[in-house]
Design a protein around this ligand. Structure first.
Ligand SMILES: Cc1cc2nc3c(=O)[nH]c(=O)nc-3n(C[C@H](O)[C@H](O)[C@H](O)COP(=O)(O)OP(=O)(O)OC[C@H]3O[C@@H](n4cnc5c(N)ncnc54)[C@H](O)[C@@H]3O)c2cc1C
Ligand code: FES
Length: 311
């Protein structure tokens, strides 16, 4: 049985045991969220020994070179020493610049990192506070917004959302590592129709992609379809309305869950050249993607990012 050394403790674990399960069973305080290799909340650094990554491509070469592994996607194959991600040591301190409520359940959080952060549109970041680490997508536009913007769905009470609701200007958080690049704008799409479909706070990265497309002088039509539980949850209405006023090719549609079937039925009219970017709850993303595929859109033109909840 391999020995796992962590935080000065040694625990014997079964050969090929999942690293996250092993750490949790040993009572180690290791954060995690999706357990699917998507959120990167479970980062662990290998100090010595060998660990087997099931999904090595989930991390960048630079992250792997620094010794990072995703504990939920890692097997203990031999003796190894690891360090769990420590927000105080490994994270970037950030201060709350502003927080407001663009809808009754969506908290818009703007953070100023202690040092500049290079990121791309559509990436996510782990937000860390009070030992809770959860993934959130960036809604800000790199190079334009001086802050990092996040849209936090507070509809369900959860460890992070409960803490986030109490944040005020000047409060301190930590930022984990950047990851994800599924949603982005490619300048080669300039003349093609763009369909940006979001459910709930899935609008966050697509708002950034929309602004990125316009910054790149996108010429084709852009349709933004935002699905929310209730009309009061169609947040960013003024911001999107202003964008549509300034750009004739932008069409904004806000659909409540009760009217979703009619909106989905209309997807069969989507032009075949369309590039579709979908984001939000996994069930919604799956449903949007299925309808677009059945409408004849090739899978290679459908890009998705699912907000997997904490497992
Ligand atoms: C890559 C990525 C990017 C994300 N980006 C965003 C974002 O920009 N904005 C955003 O609001 N969320 C986003 N999420 C989802 C968010 O990280 C999770 O919903 C997270 O679990 C919320 O943390 P919490 O501590 O408040 O709730 P937890 O304490 O983690 O959860 C409490 C309970 O509620 C359930 N739950 C929590 N959230 C949901 C949900 N959305 N749907 C169904 N059940 C849920 C959990 O399964 C659990 O049982 C993202 C997720 C991923 C993987
Ligand atoms: S990537 Fe491991 S818990 Fe999400």
């Amino acid at each position: 049985m391999p020995d796992l050394l962590v935080g000065g403790r040694s625990v014997s674990v079964a050969h090929n045991a999942n690293l996250l399960d092993s750490l949790l069973e040993a009572g180690i305080n290791v954060s995690y969220s999706c357990r699917a290799g998507s959120c990167h909340a479970c980062l662990v650094r290998g100090v010595s020994g060998t660990l087997h990554d099931i999904k090595p491509d989930a991390l960048t070469t630079a992250q792997r070179d620094q010794g990072w592994h995703l504990a939920c996607q890692c097997l203990v194959v031999d003796d190894a020493e690891v360090e769990v991600f420590d927000a105080a040591r490994d994270g970037i301190p950030a201060t709350v610049h502003s927080c407001d409520w663009p809808s009754p359940n969506v908290l818009r959080l703007r953070l100023m990192p202690q040092r500049p952060l290079r990121y791309s549109t559509g990436q996510h970041l782990s937000l860390c506070a009070d030992d809770v680490i959860r993934p959130y997508s960036l809604a800000s536009l790199p190079g334009e917004d001086s802050w990092l913007e996040f849209h936090i769905d507070c509809y369900r009470p959860g460890a992070f959302t409960t803490m986030a609701k109490a944040l005020s200007v000047g409060a301190q958080l930590s930022l984990g590592q950047l990851h994800g690049a599924a949603l982005r704008y490619d300048p080669e799409w300039q003349d093609r129709p763009l369909l940006l479909m979001a459910s709930g706070t899935g609008l966050a990265p697509l708002y950034a992609v929309l602004r990125e497309a316009l910054r790149n002088d996108h010429q084709g039509p852009i349709r933004v379809l935002h699905v929310a539980r209730h009309p009061t949850e169609h947040y960013l209405k003024p911001e999107l309305g202003e964008i549509a006023k300034q750009h004739d090719q932008v069409q904004i549609e806000q659909v409540s869950s009760t009217d979703l079937s009619a909106a989905l039925a209309e997807l069969r009219l989507v032009p075949r050249q369309t590039i579709a970017l979908l984001c939000g709850h996994p069930d919604s993303v799956e449903c949007f993607a299925r309808h677009l595929y059945l409408a004849g859109l090739p899978r290679s033109q459908i890009f998705t990012d699912s907000f997997l909840p904490h497992a």
